[in-house]
Design a protein around this ligand. Structure first.
Ligand code: SF4
Length: 354
């Protein structure tokens, strides 16, 4: 038995949320089909280059979303979703789901930087603590991550890819369906990081029978190919945007070329309909000038319809005490500056920031 928080109950009446997440709300309420179900209907002919067929499938879906009609369900040898499943297995054999581009054969059990071998789920449950339009959320925590954030709050999941239990695509589909049948608004794919598991997820969606919006809750360090597989499947993006300065990303998360990668992926997510996004930015101590302010400015200029959760809950965890710059909570003046910047830039932030 669970009860909806009052702010979640009224979230869909909030004007800021309604104007940014209109299609997501319709899917939650059963008035529209989730994108993965529409991708099942789109049919395309196979070509020498399967990515060409994939582009054609995305165009058909985009056209249908633009006109409000159902996508073409006749002709064509395969569905767009089947094609995505096939392509994701091909990528997994020479893994480049994210910008590490390790090139290892994940199907044969080889491990790259994320050290994820098979897909493992640490836990899945009804999460009541996400943003008001997201909760109650059917959250599935995948074990392992391609980042090494020194202050990770989920380090017991993210840094231990062997934790949890191994799941097949069919089992994952059943988890998703069961969560939706228990009344959640969505299926929220998170971790650790969901990216190393794109192939398992893509195949599981072929088996899923319930209509639920898919949320991609991620560090957004995907490769361009990984991103393209998710277009037409993800209904609501829930990305972190942690750093503006690549040197901060390298020092605190062990990541190269962070900012450009995340910006590229946010634009891809925003430009493919419906382009509904809640960006999460965690305000770090000593990082307002180098990261918070330029990130918020970039969002205001480039993806102004996105909702932005300016998060104030940072606390030093895991190995944060080893790095003086992040070994304390952000000060009141740092948080005030972050909130005032969001307000000055007229970001859509109030309805989802807590
Ligand atoms: S998901 Fe990323 S880090 Fe993991 S093996 Fe693939 S390319 Fe490497």
């Amino acid at each position: 038995m669970w009860f909806l928080r009052p702010d979640c109950l009224s979230a869909f009446e909030d004007e800021e949320i309604r104007s940014s997440l209109s299609r997501y709300i319709e899917v939650v309420e059963g008035r529209k089909y989730p994108l993965f179900k529409l991708s099942k209907l789109v049919r395309v002919d196979l070509k020498d280059d399967p990515w060409e067929a994939h582009e054609e499938g995305l165009s058909i879906l985009k056209e249908a979303l633009g006109s409000g009609s159902m996508p073409r369900g006749d002709g064509g040898q395969v569905s767009l979703l089947d094609l995505k499943a096939y392509l994701s297995l091909e990528i997994a054999k020479n893994c480049r789901f994210c910008e590490w581009r390790c090139g290892v054969n994940r199907i044969e059990g080889e491990r790259g930087v994320c050290r994820v071998r098979e897909t493992r789920v640490s836990s899945h449950f009804i999460h009541m603590g996400e943003e008001p339009p997201v909760s109650p959320s059917g959250t599935i925590f995948f074990s392992g991550c391609n980042f090494r954030c020194l202050y990770c709050q989920n380090w017991d999941i993210s840094q231990f890819p062997e934790s949890g239990r191994s799941v097949t695509s069919q089992e994952l589909a059943k988890m998703m369906d069961d969560l939706r049948r228990n009344g959640v608004r969505n299926v929220n794919l998170v971790g650790g990081e969901p990216t190393p598991n794109i192939h398992t997820i893509m195949i599981s969606l072929r088996y899923a029978s319930e209509n639920f919006p898919v949320i991609w809750n991620s560090n957004m360090y995907l490769s361009e190919e990984g991103m393209k597989l998710l277009l037409g499947v993800v209904d609501l993006w829930l990305p972190d945007f942690k750093y503006w300065d690549d040197e901060c990303a390298r020092r605190l998360s062990g990541i190269a070329n962070y900012s450009e990668t995340v910006r590229r992926n946010l634009l891809l997510a925003y430009e493919f309909p419906p382009g509904e996004i809640i960006v999460r930015h965690l305000v770090l101590p000593n990082h307002v000038n180098c990261c918070t302010r330029p990130i918020l400015e970039w969002i205001a200029t480039n993806i102004p319809r996105a909702l932005v959760n300016v998060m104030d809950q940072y606390r030093p965890e895991y190995r944060a005490s080893e790095v003086p710059e992040v070994s304390r909570r952000p000060s009141h003046s740092e948080l005030r500056e972050a909130f005032e910047t969001a307000e000055r830039l007229k970001l859509r932030w109030r309805s989802v920031s807590r």
